[in-house]
Design a protein around this ligand. Structure first.
Ligand SMILES: *Cc1c(COP(=O)(O)O)cnc(C)c1O
Length: 366
């Protein structure tokens, strides 16, 4: 029988299903006490003072832009090697998107490029922990403090990762997480913001609920970004598994690296010292762009799904058209994009499937 190994698969099953059954039977399915409990548990795990759950990760980014009052022609800096949502939320606010190239080693925002991009008009910087690998937060925070520019993190992919022995979620003023099905923990669709700032927290609660402070009293422009108790029920169960998920993913990543390290023409991921725990949202290898697509095809033919995430923002048709970007305008993003392949990694990926994937990669290079 032909193998069919997905690139990601949620660690979800009977435990979540039973609890969802109970929630539905309770008759209360929209936002209520279970969302609040989920938020409390998230605080405990991340070490953040406050957590706000929302309907998806993009909503959390949009809500944060509202917090920082981002509007027409305010400059917002966003990494070019990124998922589309941080760029999209800037466009929705009619603000000025300023893309910044990434570092070849980490695929996260490049420090020296960032310095060049900052101007008097810069109102906000968004960094991204791409592939679950934390940004060098101390270094970038220092720069932003010096320049007096607020900075937030799109930590959609780094739930459970650690920067200098601390869980991601408290390094900056606010961190945004996604709970989409392929993330480290999931509620199907869902998002979270963690912050230690009481003012931001209180305002987020209002923004999440149509700018409402009490029933039908709308003091500011908000939206419906509420999470449901059904989603939060799944979230609470997922959070109980996070340490196991992280342990399993770390084992898989180490196994990949130990077996792939000696293949000539293939680069395994490297971790900077400040990453004391990688959440391994993705396990990403790099090969010569000349063979990249051939390797993807070879694996696909053998029933192994891979991804190329992400094509940089500046080559996305919508953005290319508006900004007239050249392909090589953000050279490291573009070069990296042409080299990367995300291999299957998920909590319950079996050792024999892992061996099979490794075998197929090795046979390609023979
Ligand atoms: C998944 C993801 C998001 C957005 O999350 P949604 O929940 O799908 O809206 C944002 N940024 C990055 C880097 C992501 O990987």
């Amino acid at each position: 029988m032909k193998k069919n190994i997905p690139v990601a698969s949620p660690d979800i099953g009977s435990k979540e299903a039973i609890k969802v059954f109970n929630t539905v039977k309770s008759g209360w399915i929209s936002m209520g006490s279970i969302v609040r409990q989920f938020e409390k548990n998230i605080c405990k795990f991340t070490g953040a003072k406050y957590a706000v759950a929302m309907n998806n990760g993009t909503s959390t980014l949009d809500a944060l832009l509202t917090i920082f009052n981002i509007k027409n022609n305010d400059e917002v800096i966003v990494p070019s090697m990124n998922y589309i949502s941080s760029a999209n939320v800037v466009m929705y606010k009619k603000a000025k998107l300023k893309l910044c190239d990434v570092s070849y080693k980490t695929l996260n925002v490049d420090y020296n490029e960032l310095i060049k991009k900052i101007s008097k008009k810069t109102k906000l910087i968004i960094v991204t922990d791409l592939k679950g690998l934390p940004v060098d937060y101390d270094k970038i925070s220092k720069l932003c403090k010096l320049k007096k520019i607020p900075i937030i993190s799109d930590s959609a992919e780094s739930f459970g990762s650690e920067y200098k022995k601390k869980k991601i979620g408290t390094q900056l003023l606010a961190h945004s997480f996604s709970l989409f099905a392929n993330k480290n923990i999931t509620t199907g669709e869902g998002g979270l913001i963690t912050t230690n700032n009481n003012k931001i927290y209180k305002k987020l609660l209002i923004i999440r609920n149509q700018g409402q402070t009490k029933r039908y009293n709308h003091v500011m422009l908000g939206n419906n970004y509420r999470m449901t108790d059904v989603q939060a029920t799944i979230g609470i169960e997922q959070l109980k598994k996070i340490n196991l998920i992280l342990k399993n993913k770390n084992k898989i990543a180490s196994y990949y690296s130990s077996k792939l390290i000696n293949i000539k023409g293939l680069k395994i991921p490297e971790l900077p010292e400040y990453v004391t725990q990688h959440g391994w949202y993705n396990y990403t290898i790099r090969v010569d762009p000349k063979i990249r697509d051939k390797l993807i095809k070879h694996l696909s033919k053998n029933g192994i799904e891979t991804r190329v995430s992400f094509p940089p923002v500046h080559i996305q048709p919508y953005y290319k058209k508006i900004f007239k970007f050249k392909k090589n305008q953000f050279p490291t993003s573009f070069k990296s994009y042409r080299e990367i392949i995300d291999l299957p990694i998920w909590s319950n990926l079996k050792r024999k499937d892992l061996d099979y994937i490794i075998l197929k990669i090795k046979s390609f290079f023979k």
